[in-house]
Design a protein around this ligand. Structure first.
Ligand SMILES: [Zn+2]
Ligand SMILES: [Zn+2]
Length: 149
């Protein structure tokens, strides 16, 4: 249960930030899209800084999840604690797999069906931009109707 709430919180933050903040025309995330397009979607020599979000951005996302956590803190300390741990785990998961999408390292996780389906989901985002905002999960793209298969 904690796992689900924590992950859903972080996935919702991820979706909202990506859709409404990162895709603002002036944001440097647009550079990520320009540098990585159809031809070099997968390239082991890709620069890590062109893929991974900035420390400031990761920190801000974790703070946003913390706001939700504080809400749960008012009900139960233990619950809030675990929710936040899973939210942070989700942030690391999404940055990690995003890196591997663009810079494959041939490790076991890349062979899993989950990884492959998320990778395909994100590939379409690099082509069409205004769909498939979720990276670590596809849940909110379904809910908010931005999912393209
Ligand atoms: Zn994007
Ligand atoms: Zn990408």
């Amino acid at each position: 249960m904690f796992l689900l709430i924590g992950i859903l919180t972080a996935a919702f933050m991820e979706y909202m930030l990506h859709r409404y903040y990162l895709h603002h025309p002036n944001h440097s995330h647009i550079t990520h899209h320009h540098k990585i397009f159809k031809d070099n979607y997968e390239d082991p020599n890709q620069q890590i800084k062109d893929i991974i979000s900035s420390p400031g951005y990761i920190f801000t996302s974790s703070l946003l999840s913390l706001i939700v956590t504080i809400f749960f803190l008012m009900m139960n300390q233990q619950t809030a604690y675990w929710i936040y741990i899973w939210a942070i785990f989700y942030l690391l998961w999404l940055e990690g797999i995003h890196y591997l999408f663009h810079s494959p390292k041939k490790i076991w996780i890349e062979k899993t069906a989950l990884f492959q389906s998320l990778k395909h989901h994100h590939h379409l985002h690099h082509i069409h931009f205004k769909i498939n905002y979720g990276i670590g999960s596809t849940f909110f793209d379904y809910i908010l109707r931005t999912k393209l298969k």
